[in-house]
Design a protein around this ligand. Structure first.
Ligand code: NAD
Ligand code: UFG
Length: 361
């Protein structure tokens, strides 16, 4: 029996690329789709090189298509070319600040893209979907750690698009009981593959903390601005639940294995975990780490002195966010294992592997 095939949208992106590698390692065949709006073709080359030259994964295929998920015709062609068993939908825009300036682009891409994909999946009779949601849907949490049942509230256009997609998929799941849909709410993914061959390289100036940190350490940027030192937290800086991207990627493998547990073609003979219908999971470590602690850990792990300054708070930042991560452990048998030290050292290894010419802005 052939191993199942998963279609991964946003496969050239940060989380997508790491997930493709973990899926291939677990024995799945993978079809990737990306329009390169926040990545480029080199990311696909890097995945192929890591797969074949380093990990020696020759028995599984990674086929890639440059396409936009809003292009239903292009998607249809891909679904007709491959027997797809499930989809992991990463493709979307993700910069909170930018979403205030370009709300239409965010709604069009994130909501329009999800609707387009869902329609094609329905036509093609593919009924397993993992959706990339975000801890941003919790807004300002009422209590910590945040459980999946906590109330949701979006305060940016980006957050709205994630929440609206969740609602759409909930409505859809109610009407289509034979579908399996997992809504995965990521906390703060950082780090890179331990090979240093794939990692995070957003187009332009990074919005997120870790790529900014590594680019300052590499001399690509002058200094890190730490947004706010007067929060009501132990050291005055914000607290986040940083999760190693490879842990996050392996969580997707666990979710997919549990969703596909009834497939005859499943590579595992007796999957231990099985989920049906619509399920929501937090994907975090369960531990909060402050921005200052992350910067200090980066300095001590890499030996790089990081030029930084404490500046005004960034609009829209929530003081402290971390997950209650127990549900994913109970229902998927998955939990994050890698610590902040490794997140920093792997992110740095990736940065060192990049050439100066990679700088986009
Ligand atoms: P990323 O920007 O690195 O990857 C997204 C990929 O999707 C990019 O390669 C981009 O080119 C592609 N893409 C965007 N729109 C597309 C479209 N219409 N058609 C085809 N491809 C398209 O982002 P990431 O960090 O890998 O995030 C992946 C998903 O996880 C996103 O949906 C994001 O909102 C969500 N998420 C990310 C974080 C985070 O901190 N990184 C946190 C929570 C949720
Ligand atoms: N930060 C800085 N300086 C920077 C960048 C960030 O001090 O140059 C601080 C922020 O103020 C925040 C922390 O580092 O306190 C983390 O910021 P990020 O931008 O890396 O991440 P966020 O927590 O703001 O948001 C991330 C994703 C969102 C997702 C959210 C879910 O970017 O897509 O996690 O919790 F919705």
């Amino acid at each position: 029996m052939n191993a199942p095939t998963l279609l991964v949208t946003g496969a050239a992106g940060f989380i997508g690329s790491h997930t493709v590698i973990e899926l291939l390692t677990a024995g799945f065949q993978v079809v990737g789709v990306d329009n390169f709006s926040n990545s480029d073709a080199k990311a696909v080359d890097r995945i192929q090189a890591l797969k074949t030259e380093v990990l020696d994964l020759r028995g599984v295929n990674f086929k890639f298509y440059k396409a936009d998920v809003r292009d239903a015709k292009a998607l249809e062609e891909i679904f007709k070319t491959h027997v797809v068993h499930g989809v992991i939908h990463f493709a979307g825009l993700k910069a909170v600040g930018e979403s205030f300036e370009h709300p239409l682009a965010y709604w069009e891409n994130n909501v329009g893209g999800t609707m387009s994909l869902l329609k094609v999946m329905q036509e093609q009779n593919v009924k397993n979907l993992v959706f990339s949601s975000s801890a941003t849907v919790y807004g300002i949490p009422e209590s910590l750690p945040i459980k999946e049942e906590a109330s949701t509230h979006a305060f940016s256009p980006y957050g709205q698009t994630k929440l609206v997609c969740e609602h759409l998929l909930e409505d859809f799941a109610k009407a289509n009981k034979d579908w399996n849909i997992s809504l995965l709410r990521y906390f703060n993914p950082v780090g890179a593959h331990e090979s240093g061959l794939i990692g995070e390289l957003p187009n332009g100036v990074p919005n997120n903390l870790m790529p900014y940190v590594t680019q300052v350490a590499a001399g690509w940027r002058d200094q890190l601005s730490i947004f706010g030192s007067d929060y009501d937290t132990p050291d005055g800086t914000c607290i986040r639940d940083f999760i190693h991207v490879v842990d996050l990627a392996s969580g997707h493998v666990a979710a997919v294995q549990a969703m596909l547990s009834n497939l005859e073609t499943h590579p595992l003979n007796a999957p231990k975990f099985s989920i049906n219908g619509l399920n929501i999971f937090n994907f975090g470590t369960g531990y909060g780490v402050s921005v200052k602690e992350l910067v200090e850990t980066f300095e001590s792990v890499t030996g790089q002195k990081l030029k930084h300054a404490f500046v005004e708070r960034r609009q829209g930042d929530v003081p402290a966010v971390f997950a209650d991560a127990r549900k994913a452990k109970e229902f998927l048998g998955w939990e994050a294992k890698k610590g902040v030290d490794q997140m920093c050292s792997d992110a740095w290894k990736w940065q060192l592997n990049l050439k100066q010419t990679e700088v986009k802005a």
